[in-house]
Design a binder for this molecule. Structure first.
Ligand code: COA
Length: 137
């Protein structure tokens, strides 16, 4: 996996190629547990992509939210695919996400290629799912 520090400019260029998100920047920030890429789309929503240093090769999505009045128009799908593109750019082997087993987005993630990774399927707390990536190495 590549060092996220070197990828802010490439990531911004990548986002600018997605017309609807032309005013979005993706900025990586170093935390004590690894790297976090912040992606905010004004008036639409946000997503964070985390690169934990104790999980080599895995990029984990968090804080995926579309504003109430913008939901159901495909923005969530674009944000999810943006994370996948960025994770591929970083040469991650897999994309992870936490989801509430009792809420509909978990079915959406499964349709999008995410599968349960460990944990108890009957759990009431969030489940961790992962999608393998086609990384060009
Ligand atoms: C989850 C969320 C980000 C989805 O964003 P969105 O822009 O509304 O979603 P999209 O319009 O891109 O639709 C994505 C998929 O979900 C489905 N979907 C959208 N709204 C749905 C709903 N209310 N119920 C069931 N499925 C729904 C769409 O059909 C689509 O499926 P497909 O890709 O298989 O065709 C948004 O609803 C949200 O911010 N919810 C509150 C925060 C949250 O739950 N975040 C997820 C944390 S794990």
């Amino acid at each position: 996996m590549l060092d996220p520090q070197n990828y802010s400019i490439v990531a911004i260029g990548m986002v600018q190629s997605i017309r609807t998100f032309s005013d979005c920047d993706i900025l990586p920030q170093k935390w004590n547990w690894g790297w976090k890429f912040y992606c905010y789309i004004p008036r639409i929503g946000q997503v964070h992509l985390n690169i934990p240093s104790d999980q080599p090769g895995v990029a984990v999505i968090s804080d995926l939210v579309v504003h109430k009045y913008a939901r159901g128009k495909g923005y969530g799908r674009r944000l999810l695919s943006l994370c996948e593109k960025l994770a591929n750019l970083l040469e991650a082997d897999a994309l992870g996400i936490w989801a509430d087993p009792g809420d509909w987005p978990i079915d959406w993630y499964r349709r999008s290629g995410f599968k349960n990774r460990g944990g108890n399927p009957e759990a009431t707390q969030d489940l961790y799912l992962e999608k393998p990536l086609k990384t060009q190495k």
